[in-house]
Ligand binder design. Structure first.
Ligand code: NIG
Ligand code: FE
Length: 391
């Protein structure tokens, strides 16, 4: 058995309310025991176990928080769209249409290039404190290209999502229903061994609620679990559909009605906010307060993709969420860790409780508040996953 004790932790964020009655479950002057890759004990330094410890690490009064669970990324693509970003910063509007240019480049790219690029992004995310990443397909949009995207994604993460219904590709412009048939039939069959989740971009310029329902149900029938891009660009019935199908999460939710809030508040569906998308498309930020007041579980994710949010930095996402969406610093940190775990329906990550994966970061800061208080500064000193130091 390998056991490591981390002592002298100035502030430990456990996300276990039993410690102090708050969501973050803070312990001051704490210690953390790791055995065989999982958390064996968390508590005050003064009560730390002393027997059978193989290795002790002094955290020098720094803050430890769980590794980020980034529950929404699109990391399998080639090329970038920096010129599109530049045009938006000068006043142009975002539309789903730009996806097509990434599809063209992704189809032309070799599998080796796609894998190397996704590994580069995932390493960048790890260096920023992320220990779990969900990865979607959606820039292939042919049977072969969606299949290879998910095969590549699977080499990096178990949390893989089939997003063949990202947009209708140009070759099906005049027969979009044939594309939906392809997604629900042969394409789904081809990707199923590599995908855990199924997702649809249900919005203006993408797929209707009826198509989304059909596609998600086809995925569910093949054993995939549903999640959904909903209400990014306008209000619609996407959130209601997510709740109807017990989706693990509805994502973006930038436009939310009273009825959506009512539906979400009585469901098991997480609302995942993606502030990087509002930042990069210069769109209005949604206010998280009505969601939290209705006791809806809220996650934060990066949405890393070349069009609407080209960042892997969850610290950046936390800072923007606090500054622009009225998250408290504690809610933002919770949403980026435990919230992401709930959006992936996982109990073994996102919190530092006995038996959970030993996935955490040591920050070069005395408190989690610094994540929003010191924007743009890399505060990550060490990153551990499954009890092993990654960074
Ligand atoms: O989540 N909204 C749909 N899909 C991506 C953007 C894709 C793109 O613009 O390339 C998103 O923001
Ligand atoms: Fe997305």
């Amino acid at each position: 058995m390998t056991s490591t004790l981390i002592t002298n932790i100035g502030q430990l964020v456990t996300n276990d309310p039993s410690h102090d009655g708050t969501k973050l479950g803070l312990i001051k002057d704490a210690a953390l025991l790791i055995e065989d890759g999982v958390i064996a004990w968390a508590g005050p330094n003064s009560q730390a176990p002393t027997h059978h410890i193989k290795k002790t690490i002094d955290a020098e009064s720094k803050c430890i928080v769980p590794g980020y669970v980034d529950s929404h990324t699109h990391m399998i693509f080639a090329g970038d769209r920096s010129n599109e970003f530049r045009a938006r910063m000068l006043g142009e509007m975002y539309s789903a249409g730009g996806i097509t240019s990434t599809v063209e480049k992704t189809r032309k790219a070799s599998s080796e290039l796609l894998l190397n690029h996704a590994q580069f992004l995932s390493a960048e995310a790890n260096a920023g404190g992320t220990t779990t990443i969900e990865i979607k397909s959606g820039y292939g949009l042919t049977l072969k290209d969606e299949q290879r995207s998910l095969e590549i994604a699977r080499k990096i993460s178990d949390e893989t999502t089939f997003l063949g219904a990202h947009v209708v590709p140009v070759e099906y412009k005049d027969s979009p229903h044939d594309y939906v048939d392809l997604v629900c039939g042969p394409m789904l069959e081809a990707v199923q061994p590599y995908a855990k989740w199924i997702d649809v971009f249900c919005d203006k310029g993408a797929f209707s609620v009826d198509d989304a329902r059909r596609i998600l149900k086809a995925g569910i029938a093949r054993g995939l679990m549903p999640r959904l891009h909903a209400n990014q660009l306008q209000e619609g019935q996407g959130i209601a559909l997510g709740v109807e199908l017990d989706a693990a999460s509805v994502d973006h939710v930038s436009h939310v009605s009273e009825e959506d809030i009512q539906l979400l508040s009585t469901s098991n569906t997480v609302a995942t906010l993606l502030p990087g998308a509002e930042f990069s498309t210069r769109s209005a930020y949604p206010d998280v307060r009505p969601l939290l007041e209705a006791s809806i579980t809220v996650a934060l994710a990066s949405d890393c993709n070349p069009g609407s949010s080209y960042t892997t930095s969850m610290a950046f996402i936390i800072a923007v969420a606090v500054r622009e969406m009225h998250f408290s610093p504690e809610q933002a940190v919770w949403s980026a860790t435990m919230g992401g775990a709930k959006a992936l329906r996982r109990n073994d990550i996102g919190h530092l409780v006995e038996g959970a994966c030993a996935d955490f970061q040591i920050l070069n800061a005395p408190s989690y508040i610094h994540l929003a208080y010191r924007p743009g500064v890399n505060l990550v000193e060490q990153v551990w996953r499954n009890g092993l130091q990654l960074i």
